[in-house]
Design a protein around this ligand. Structure first.
Ligand code: ADP
Ligand code: ZN
Length: 230
């Protein structure tokens, strides 16, 4: 890893929260690439299962496409399967999971059961709804590998084609305006209560979600340094 400045703490468990469009996926990917850790994005994992047409994917697709949350047992099963593939001391970032208080409790219980260290830090990316809608409208994803782009902020090198696999770019099914509104509502109703849950554990910190990609990254990195995670 040529541009790996400093590795994250061994066994780090970092959770990225915040509404759709707050930059969770972008920041998780940058951190993973630059600091040698693993990022697990529940949305990507679900879309991948849907593309492959496996049993969980078939059950999850209607929820994802309509902007509703996928039932806890389906998501938890998929995420835990991935976590089982990591070494016990391996660090990881969770992007998009947990998204409900019950998912958070199940995660805590699982880490405990496996004798692993608990969640270190939960970052809430804050951004206004107006900016969210603008951002999601410009988002494009690769139909082949799922990589994410933005028409203004993170344009592909060649228009309409994925930088890493040359697959065709398209609008994500759930980035249509009506579905964006549904996702925001779902976020307020089901995910926001999680902020209180983690605040009560003393684990919640806020980073602005409306900055340019690199500025947001620097803000996140400074926080991780203060918390002695990098
Ligand atoms: P965003 O954060 O931009 O909404 P994601 O890719 O994280 O996008 O999630 C897309 C969709 O995948 C969600 O709207 C939901 O249907 C499903 N999903 C992702 N993570 C979870 C989760 N932890 N629990 C339930 N559903 C989830
Ligand atoms: Zn691709």
């Amino acid at each position: 890893m040529a541009d790996c400045v400093a590795a994250v703490k061994t066994g780090m468990r970092l959770i990225l929260l915040g509404p759709p469009g707050a930059g969770k996926g972008t920041q998780a990917t940058l951190l993973a690439q630059r600091h040698g850790t693993t990022s697990l994005a529940s949305g990507d994992i679900l879309r991948d299962a849907i593309r492959r047409g496996d049993p969980i994917g078939r059950k999850a697709s209607r929820y994802v496409e309509s902007g509703a949350l996928v039932p806890d047992d389906l998501v938890t099963g998929l995420i835990f399967q991935r976590l089982d593939g990591l070494g016990k001391e391996e660090s990881f970032i969770l992007d998009g999971f947990p998204r409900t208080e019950s998912q958070a409790r199940v995660l805590d219980a699982r880490l405990m059961e496996k004798g692993q260290s608990p969640v270190d830090l939960v970052v809430d990316f804050e951004i206004s709804e107006e900016k969210i809608v603008r951002r999601l409208a410009g988002r494009r994803i690769c139909g082949a590998c799922g990589a994410s782009y933005h028409l203004e902020k993170k344009a592909p090198r060649r228009e309409g084609a994925c930088d890493s696999c040359a697959g065709g770019l398209r609008i994500r099914e759930d980035d249509r305006p009506e579905t964006i509104r549904r996702r925001l509502l779902v976020y307020h109703e089901q995910t926001e209560p999680l902020l209180k849950f983690y605040r009560a554990q003393g684990k919640l910190q806020v980073v602005p979600g409306d900055l340019e990609i690199e500025d947001q990254y620097q803000a996140l990195l400074e926080l991780l340094k203060r918390e002695r995670l990098v």
